[in-house]
Ligand binder design. Sequence first.
Ligand code: CTP
Length: 401
Amino acid sequence: MRGKRVLLGITGGIAAYKIAFLIRLLKKNGAEVKVIMTPASCDFISPLVVSTLSGNAVGIEFWNKKDGTWNNHVEYGLWADVMVIAPLTANTLSKMANGACDNLLLATWLSMKSNTMVAPAMDLDMYAHPSTKENLERLESFGVDIIPATSGELASGLEGEGRMAEPESISDAIQNYFDRQLEPWFVSKKAVITAGPTYEAIDPVRFIGNHSSGKMGIALAQNLADRGMQVQLVLGPTKEGIDHERIEVIRVSSANEMLEAVQNRWNDADIGIFSAAVADYRPAVKADQKIKKSEDALQIELVKNPDILLWAGENKKEDQLLVGFALETENLLENGRKKLEKKHLNCIVLNTLQDSGAGFGVDTNKISILDNHNNLQEFELKSKTEVAADIVDYVKNYTTK
Ligand code: CTP
């Protein structure tokens, strides 16, 4: 579960107190946990306990009364790899079955991009009621995974079916869910990905760099790894990062370091996706000491950096698959096609800074993919996570066609 993002939703039932144990288990297994609570659940477990154990602020209302900031349900929905609602009360169940949206938890569920699991908990008569059965069936028909309630002693003193599954069982069900995401085609393969900017040193304190965040390459690494691939992510200097059991992150700074990291790994890889924004030039010499200001003008001689993608293309074996990126401001298709051929690529991902919401630093991107059979597919503006899934799907279909 290392690096997985689990969004827990807590509703107002007595079993809510057990969620403290679930959070600890998930954290121990390496997951990142955020929690949304319904107002009613705060009577059963303190938000302070939940935020302390999860290490994240808890979302309860649509907006924070203290500072007026909005709890963005769409962002929660994009962030999570899975949403787990536990305990699920009869009330929230019926609202989910009917698309009601009168609290943050429900709004977030309606905005979820990935799957949801629920662990119902209620008294035995409520659990056995035909409306409960029907609502659970309805949730199942929406694709929600049900972690069934178990039999045992209930808070009412009655014995029977309705107890929330124990935290260990819920954690196992979440692990099973992630295991089910693995796809055989990915499990047997290795990928090398480049991402982020490069910094080319001028002196010990200054560099030439660019605004790339590396988010696109990180999202690609995550998508491949979630589906079972072993990924080596060669990442330039960025504050972004990723912790995932199938991703090895190799931090580099300059283009030359990135090239060396790729040269050491490309031979063993099945797939290369090169999304890094490599500086085309670097200072011819790096000054040993900080350059002092003296003259009115300063000239720095720049020399060309190695083209890492070109190196990988020239050293590509028949069965290796290589994907490059092209960020162009004009003649996108024509320039993209030239790069595809020159660098011996199978596919090239085209984007232009002219599309609003595309490019550096933002969380969205709008791409087209061109391949060496001259197929061109255009995509809508999407989150980088969704764009990564589109690119990976394209690559998979390209190779299995
Ligand atoms: N790339 C690379 N090494 C470089 C330059 C680029 O690996 N030194 C890779 C990028 O990661 C990207 C692709 O090449 O996948 C396209 O990069 P881009 O800078 O757009 O193309 P260039 O070939 O540098 O052409 P130009 O700057 O003239 O547009």
